[in-house]
Design a protein around this ligand. Structure first.
Ligand code: ATP
Ligand code: MG
Length: 414
């Protein structure tokens, strides 16, 4: 079943409000297995709205509109569609009663304008609005179905859940289900990742594969359509297994899982505590860890050891070592991780030091050079990273890389 979503309202075209109704309807319809493949937005203009509806009725089986059912002169959706379908508008008595009751309960005076909302096309199914006054409308016209929903999102969403969804499933039966699963990767570039799974991307049909880059992470979204949820899940599981053979080491989580959540879960599971010494990231890695509810059970604290004096006094880095290798070096990162671990008496210590730029670089130590060390019961690992971009981008990449190194440390040692 092809569906077109038509959003009406000049405010939408002017960019004065953000269209949330269309994405909402698209999500719901796709979940139900309908092919919601067209979206149109049109202002409160009779001629243009009529054209849009005529086009929609040609290419879609079901047309769902949002907005323009209210009492004002700008609210014309029903009039336009009634004219297009050559149906008369008649006063619908139960709707008049509903609207009157709505006003009485709120001690408001009803004006004649409000009766416009009770004018319904001949032969339409009237849908009660439990959250407002303007009823919704369903018109079955030849082999097409037109559904008019009110604009305010609260009203539209409630009406969709309460009345439209049951109507659609009853009338059109199961359309199958569509489900998606996102494999979240870190530490691999988009083109390299694509290269590794090219075979599957080229052969994709059901499930489909989409790659999305999100601040250093590449998300691989698998979407399957089948008659039932178990069948769709099985299709996804098969493809996921094949993809994992190629890229498993880069996959840190699924769907909504973030790096800091995965790290938090590992620390909890292994009952390990953690402390950090951060230089170029200025405490941002620690802040990320605290975004996870319950982080107080493993995060002990951190030191933003920007100046060398703080690295020695507060973190316990040997002044001679700093002198010899410099603040941005694998030796210093390691000493920071070990130092904070012993100062704060934790299982795991993390040290991050680097050059976020734009100043402070030397030919040997360019902007974007970052060392990250993790010290724990199984020894120390330190990684050298070269990031490009602006200062804030380098900091963000350093934070994410530190979290990913932590994740790999925690996952491989067990
Ligand atoms: P009303 O009875 O409130 O006039 P209506 O059905 O006539 O409702 P509109 O007049 O088109 O709907 O829109 C009313 C309000 O609903 C808008 O001012 C806006 O706040 C919200 N709205 C309308 N369309 C959308 C949309 N597509 N996405 C988000 N909000 C919307
Ligand atoms: Mg209105």
């Amino acid at each position: 079943m092809i569906v077109e979503i038509v959003s009406t309202g000049t405010e939408l075209l002017l960019g004065q409000i953000v269209n949330t109704n269309a994405p909402y309807l698209a999500r719901k319809l796709n979940e139900l297995g309908f092919d919601a493949v067209y979206q149109t937005t049109v202002g409160d203009n009779r001629r243009r709205m009529s054209n849009v509806l005529a086009i929609a009725l040609e290419r879609a089986d079901i047309v769902i509109t949002s907005g323009g059912l209210g009492p004002t002169q700008g609210d014309i959706t029903k009039e336009v569609s009634a004219e297009l379908l050559e149906r008369q508008l008649q006063l619908h008595e139960p709707s008049v009663e509903h609207i009157r009751g709505f006003f009485q309960r709120r001690r408001l005076t009803m004006t004649n304008n409000n009766l416009r909302q009770a004018m319904m096309p001949d032969g339409a199914i009237v849908v009660t609005n439990h959250r407002g006054t303007a009823p919704g409308v369903i018109i079955e016209h030849n082999d097409k179905t037109i559904i008019h929903l009110p604009g305010p999102p609260m009203e539209l969403e409630h009406m969709f859940e309460a009345s439209i969804l049951p109507y659609l499933t009853k009338r059109f039966g199961g359309q199958g289900v569509i489900i998606s699963k996102v494999l979240r990767t870190f530490g691999i570039g988009e083109s390299t990742l694509e290269e590794r799974i090219r075979r599957f991307i080229l052969a994709q049909k059901n499930p489909t594969i989409a790659l999305l880059a999100r601040s250093g992470e590449i998300h691989v979204r698998l979407t399957a359509k089948a008659d039932s949820e178990p069948e769709a899940s099985a299709l996804i599981a098969d493809l996921e297994a094949s993809l994992r053979e190629q890229i498993n080491q880069y996959i840190f989580g699924i769907d909504e899982q973030s790096l800091e959540q995965v790290v938090g879960e590992e620390l909890c599971r292994q009952k390990l505590s953690i402390a950090l010494a951060e230089s170029c990231t200025g405490g941002a890695a620690t802040a990320k860890l605290t975004d996870v509810p319950g982080s107080s059970s493993y995060l002990i604290g951190s030191v933003v050891s920007y100046a060398n004096r703080i690295k020695t006094e507060q973190v316990g880095v040997d002044a001679a070592l700093l002198q010899e290798y410099g603040a941005v070096s694998p030796e210093t990162a390691t000493a920071m991780a070990q130092g904070i671990r012993s100062k704060f008496v934790t299982d795991i210590g993390v040290g991050i030091t680097g050059i976020a730029g734009p100043g402070g670089s030397t030919p040997e130590k360019p902007v974007g050079l970052v060392y990250i060390a993790v010290a724990g019961p199984q020894g120390v690992v330190v990684e050298e990273e070269h990031f490009s971009g602006q200062r804030t981008a380098i900091k963000t990449r350093a934070v994410n890389s530190a979290l990913d190194l932590l994740r790999r440390y925690l996952q491989t040692k067990n």
